[in-house]
Design a protein around this ligand. Structure first.
Ligand code: GTQ
Length: 327
C-alpha cells in the first residue's frame, strides 16, 4: 500500500521518541510503553473506605430546611462523595448514597430517570409517602423503598415533623456507561389518590425484621436476609442482624458495598483505619478492601451492593485465604 500524503513519514523515524511524535499526528498511542498499564494483576483501590455520620447530615439538612426550597431545588439532599481527590459524586464506583430531608407539609416534585433508586427511611412520621407511578407508598422508619429505572417518583410529607432518609442510586454507573435520561413530571407533583400499604416497591420494616430474626443460618454471629423480589439489575439489598459480640471478617471482594445502620451501634475495621457507627450512619466499602464488622450489642445494618451487576458479568471474585497468604 503506497503511503498517501497525510501518512506521517514513519519509515524515516530514527528512534522510538520520533515514532511516538509521528503517532501523535494520527491520534495513536503506543500500547507497549504506556505510562500506566491497562491490565494489572488485581483490582486497584481507587476509592477509599469511609464513614458518614447521620448526626452531621441531620443537622446540616435541618438548617438547609431554611435555606433550600424544593420550589427551586430538585431535592434537598447531601451526597456522600467518596473522599478521594477530585471526586464530587460516587460513594463507591457504581453507586451513590445521599441523605435527604422533606419538611412537614412539604413535597418534592415528581420526576423519572434512567438510574435505579432506592431509599431507606431513618425518621418519618405517619403521613410520609413516596409517590411511585401515581400510588402513595408509605415511608416508616426502617422501610426500604424501590423506584426502578423509569418510574415516576416524588415525595410528600403530610406529617407534622421532618422526614429523613437515605437515597441510593446507580447514577455513577449510568454516568460511566452513558444512558442517562431525566424528565420532570408535567404536573410537578404527580397526583396520587391511593395509598398502597402492600406496594411491591416497599419492604416494610415490620415485615422483614421478624423474618430476619427468624433466619435459620447464622454465620459468625450474623443473620442475613436479601430483600426481593422485586430486584434491580444493578444493585441488591440485604439486611443484616449482628448478634452481641459479633466479629465478622469479610474478605477482599470485587463487589462494591455501602452499609447503612438501621439500629444499634458497632465498628467497621479496615487495615489501618476503623470507623465506629450508630443509627443512620453510612459506611462505604469499595471493592477489594478486607474488613470486619464488629459489635458489642446487637445491630441491624442494610447492605447495598452491586453484586447483581458483577454477577451478570461473571466478575464476582473474592480473595481466597491461600491468595491472602501469598499476597
Ligand atoms: O429523591 O428522587 O438523592 O431522584 C438523587 C436523585 C434523590 C429522589 C437523590 C433523586 C432523588
Amino acid at each position: 500500500m503506497a503511503p498517501s500524503q497525510d501518512t506521517p513519514p514513519f519509515a524515516a523515524a530514527g528512534s522510538l521518541p520520533e515514532l511516538y511524535q509521528m503517532l501523535d499526528e494520527v491520534q495513536m498511542k503506543n500500547g507497549w510503553n504506556k505510562p500506566t498499564p491497562s491490565l494489572y494483576p488485581e483490582p486497584k483501590q481507587c476509592f477509599v473506605p469511609a464513614r458518614w455520620r447521620y448526626e452531621h447530615a441531620r443537622a446540616a439538612l435541618h438548617k438547609a430546611g431554611d435555606l433550600v426550597d424544593p420550589k427551586w431545588a430538585e431535592r434537598r439532599n447531601l451526597i456522600m462523595a467518596n473522599p478521594i481527590p477530585g471526586n464530587d459524586y460516587p460513594t463507591v464506583s457504581t453507586l451513590v448514597g445521599a441523605y435527604q430531608m422533606v419538611k412537614a407539609g412539604e413535597t418534592a416534585r415528581s420526576h423519572r430517570h434512567s438510574p435505579n433508586a432506592m431509599r431507606v427511611v431513618l425518621e418519618a412520621a405517619p403521613g410520609t409517602y413516596t409517590i411511585v407511578d401515581g400510588v402513595k407508598v408509605p415511608m416508616a422508619p426502617g422501610d426500604v423503598l424501590l423506584t426502578p429505572n423509569g418510574c415516576w417518583h416524588g415525595h410528600s410529607n403530610e406529617s407534622s415533623t421532618e422526614s429523613y432518609w437515605i437515597d441510593f442510586l446507580d447514577a455513577p454507573l449510568v454516568q460511566l456507561l452513558g444512558p442517562m435520561f431525566f424528565e420532570q413530571h408535567p404536573d410537578t407533583l404527580e397526583r396520587a389518590d391511593r395509598v398502597d400499604l402492600a406496594s411491591p416497591m416497599r419492604f416494610a420494616f415490620t415485615d422483614y425484621y421478624p423474618r430476619l430474626l427468624a433466619a435459620a443460618e447464622v454465620r459468625a454471629g450474623v443473620r442475613a436476609l436479601k430483600l426481593g423480589p422485586p430486584e434491580l439489575r444493578t444493585f441488591d439489598r440485604t439486611v443484616l442482624h449482628l448478634q452481641p459480640g459479633t466479629r465478622w471478617a469479610r474478605p477482599r471482594s470485587t463487589i462494591n458495598r455501602i452499609y447503612s445502620v438501621i439500629r444499634g451501634q458497632g465498628r467497621s475495621e479496615f487495615a489501618g483505619i476503623q470507623f465506629d457507627w450508630s443509627g443512620g450512619d453510612m459506611i462505604a466499602v469499595p471493592s477489594w478492601y478486607e474488613h470486619q464488622l464488629v459489635c458489642g450489642q446487637e445491630a441491624v445494618l442494610l447492605e447495598v451492593s452491586d453484586e447483581p451487576l458483577l454477577k451478570m458479568l461473571d466478575w464476582v471474585r473474592e480473595q481466597t485465604p491461600a491468595e491472602k497468604e501469598n499476597a
